[in-house]
Design a protein around this ligand. Structure first.
Ligand code: HEM
Length: 507
């Protein structure tokens, strides 16, 4: 029919001979193209995904065992290393792809049918994330209603206030810990439990921005830690694990403890709102959620979980990221020199302010290179909500997907991928090759605020103090866990760092 339809038009334009020859040649050509199309389609359908073989169900058992035994991050790297950038394994008997190729990673991140994650439902229920909050909310319609509250709090005017709040919080914590006043430093050199310290700062910043209720930081920080451990321990456990309550009740308690603490903070907030004569000048995340609950738009559980999640997001990710950054600075004096010189040049004697941010290029490249070389959140988990083809491989609806971003950042594009080197960001890096926060509809909703917070904290610290590692600890000899994120193993000892006032360090 296509040929018949094209004939009359051609005859009008040319002599009678040419169209005859044309259509005679076109028919076999189209036939051949059709065959080629079918052949390519069949090849695409038949492309089998690399990975361990099924082998009567032993393959799935081994790969699931590996995830439980090594942790998600380590197991993902193991499989990408062994089978390539796209691998098929099984978790909990479910087909799971581990992807580190940038083209496939970007495909998944940008498409709307990958906006769900995966994890054991009972585990998510235990930690309150099942169909509540945002981070592992796997109910697309509830997630869609919840995410805008986060987006509002983490961009716009909230983002504008973030730098000043980060600077003030960092200064206060340094003062409390090291006894300096706000503008000068004393001669004290202090050894600091660095992760606790950074968690306290990041929690305080989040509280000042999103909740604004007095809290006992130390207590909440320790509850957040136990909550994170629980999340990580339970996330991929088999269903049978949850049949034995006596085994997992300590985890249930850890999750409940933080939920109770957040509930208490929310009650305080509600009281404050009731007592306030008029609505305070700036509303915040918690206030918006409480109103949404009053108007029947969100459930009480969702509100509590959302507040919990916005409070844990900073301490769980940024504190360890900044710790790695401080270690990298301590191990690379030439990089420290460049950063400190830039900070001095841009800010002089005053604190860093919003208009400086675009001028602090070395600081920004340093943060990027640290997140690339020594990432904390180095993968993200998604689920296919529709059948699809990714880079030529067929993917069935329901397939789990792990986007191995950490590995992608070392596999493609960068000049010196396995070295910590600012040259890796000397030229513009196209987005598709560097995605520490993900992109698309389910990306990190805190990506802009996280960068501002990290700049605020780092610049405020580095202006005043030189930070050294303690007892010969280096990133290379530090014991790490590589499960839900990459972080120091804190079960035996807490990492410490030494803070020396800059004026004294330089004397
Ligand atoms: C999700 C990275 C800090 C809030 C994510 C994801 C990544 C990430 C990779 C998954 C994205 C995806 O699936 O495509 C990081 C890093 C951080 C950081 C590297 C700091 C160094 C923060 C902060 C907040 C935040 C400070 C909020 C205060 C969230 C939330 C999600 C998320 C709520 C879940 C979004 C959703 O599922 O819709 N983050 N993040 N993050 N991040 Fe961040």
């Amino acid at each position: 029919t296509l040929l018949q339809m094209s004939k009359p038009a051609r005859q009008n334009l040319t002599t009678g001979v040419v169209p005859e020859m044309g259509s005679r040649a076109t028919a076999p050509l189209l036939f051949f193209l059709g065959l080629l199309f079918i052949f390519v389609k069949t090849l695409q359908k038949k492309a089998t995904l690399p990975g361990p073989s099924f082998c009567l169900g032993i393959g799935p058992l081994i790969s699931y065992g590996r995830f439980l035994w090594m942790g998600i991050g380590s197991a993902s790297n193991y499989y990408n290393e062994k089978y390539g950038q796209i691998v098929r394994v099984w978790i909990h008997g479910e087909e799971t792809l581990i992807i580190s190729r940038s083209s496939a990673v970007n495909h998944v991140m940008r498409k709307a049918h990958y906006i769900s994650r995966f994890g054991n439902k009972q585990a998510l229920k235990c930690i309150g994330m099942n169909e509540n909050g945002i981070i592992f909310n796997n109910n697309p319609s509830i997630w869609k209603m919840t995410r805008p509250y986060f987006a509002k709090a983490l961009t716009g005017p909230g983002l504008q206030r973030t730098l000043a709040v980060s600077v003030e919080s960092t200064r206060n914590h340094l003062d409390k810990l090291l006894g300096s006043n706000s503008t000068t430093t004393t001669s004290t050199t202090a050894c600091v439990d660095i992760l606790l310290f950074l968690r306290a700062i990041t929690l305080d910043i989040s509280n000042r921005l999103f909740l604004r209720v007095p809290m006992h930081e130390g207590q909440i920080v320790s509850k957040i830690q136990k909550y994170f451990d629980t999340w990580q321990t339970l996330l991929l456990k088999p269903d049978i694990f949850f049949k034995f309550k006596w085994i997992y009740k300590k985890y249930e308690k850890a999750a409940q403890d933080l939920q109770d603490a957040v509930e208490e903070l929310l009650l305080k907030k509600q009281q404050e709102l009731q007592e306030a004569e008029k609505l305070q000048d700036i509303t915040d995340f918690a206030t918006d959620l409480i109103f949404a609950q009053t108007h029947g738009k969100l459930t009480a559980e969702n509100v509590r979980q959302s507040v919990l999640e916005i409070l844990i997001a900073g301490p769980d990710t940024m504190s360890v990221s900044i710790f790695f950054m401080l270690m990298l600075i301590a191990q690379h004096p030439e990089v420290e020199k460049k950063i400190v010189e830039e900070i001095q040049e841009v800010t002089g004697e005053r604190e860093v302010q919003n208009s400086d941010l675009q001028l602090l290029k070395t600081v920004e490249n340093f943060i990027y290179e640290s997140m690339r070389y020594q990432p904390v959140v180095d993968f993200t988990m998604r689920k296919a909500l529709k059948d699809d083809v990714i880079d030529g491989y067929p993917v069935k609806k329901g397939t789990n997907i792990i986007l191995n971003l950490g590995r992608m950042h070392k596999d493609e594009f960068f000049l010196k991928p396995n070295e910590f080197n600012l040259e890796n960001f000397a030229q513009n890096v196209p987005h598709r090759y560097f995605q520490p926060f993900g992109c698309g509809p389910r990306s990190c909703v805190g990506k802009y605020i996280a960068m501002v917070m990290m700049k605020g904290i780092l610049v405020t610290m580095l202006k005043r103090y030189r930070v050294h590692s303690h007892n010969g600890t280096t990133l290379e000899n530090l014991k790490n866990n590589h499960d839900l994120s990459y972080h120091p193993n804190e079960s035996n000892s807490l990492p410490r760092m030494t803070f020396t006032p800059r004026n004294q360090a330089e004397a």
